[in-house]
Design a protein around this ligand. Structure first.
Ligand SMILES: Cc1cn([C@H]2C[C@H](O)[C@@H](COP(=O)(O)OP(=O)(O)O[C@H]3O[C@@H](C)C(=O)[C@@H](O)[C@H]3O)O2)c(=O)[nH]c1=O
Length: 196
């Protein structure tokens, strides 16, 4: 029944909801509000294992993007340095995107896009085999993410964010998007060759 909402899994203070592509998960946090403000767990190895996320996360990253319309991506590390990622927004708002690059996947080349914001209390889990990127939708947006393998610059690869074959509705056009020089030169999907 395609119209039925997918059933979320729960463990502890976390809920994981499957997305239209098999693999990525939308993880919902449980904020505890009180007179001082709020508290939330953002990662628990025990609960993530119970939700089917088996990776050990070994590196935490954080980026600040000053302007709305900043695009970072689409990035991945090639095997044997491939990374699963767990992405959340500390301040501001992003459209977070993951593109399926698993050669044997029936959804190869397709993507999921999820809006993340600090106040939404949710995160995106992206398994190995996906390219990842985001567009900021507010100024001074801070994104924090965990990675399951250490940074390996020699394995750092990417895919053009605006490749028409991907058909991603970023909400920002090529004239307005703010990109790194590196990201402006990334190849299209058809030029990539098999990675995963
Ligand atoms: C990703 C990374 C970068 N760096 C350095 C390299 C460079 O001088 C500087 C900025 O790197 P980048 O331009 O690659 O940063 P950025 O464009 O923000 O790259 C990130 O984009 C998002 C979408 C991801 O998914 C991440 O995995 C990562 O690829 O930081 C590290 O030292 N460690 C790291 O893990």
């Amino acid at each position: 029944m395609p119209d039925e909402a997918p059933t979320p899994l729960r463990s502890g203070n976390f809920q994981a909801t499957p997305l239209p592509l098999p693999g990525p998960l939308l993880i919902t946090l449980r904020p505890f509000a009180d007179a001082r403000g709020a508290f939330a767990e953002t990662y628990s190895r025990r609960d993530f294992r119970a939700l089917g996320i088996a990776e050990e996360f070994v590196q935490d990253n954080q980026s600040l993007s000053r302007h709305a319309g900043t695009v970072r991506g689409l990035h991945f590390q090639a095997p044997p340095h491939a990374q699963a990622k767990l992405v959340r927004v500390l301040r501001g708002r992003i459209l977070d995107v993951a593109v399926d690059l698993r050669a044997a996947s029936p959804t190869f080349g397709r993507h999921i896009a999820v809006e993340l914001a600090a106040e939404y209390a949710r995160m995106l889990y992206i398994p190995v085999g996906f390219a990842h990127g985001f567009a900021t939708r507010a100024p001074d947006t801070e994104v924090a993410y965990k990675a399951s393998a250490p940074y390996a610059p020699e394995a750092d690869r990417g895919l053009a964010w605006d490749d028409p074959a991907l058909g991603i509705a970023w909400g920002v056009g090529p004239q307005q998007a703010i990109l790194s020089d590196k990201d402006r030169r990334l190849p299209r999907l058809a030029e990539l060759g098999p990675i995963f």
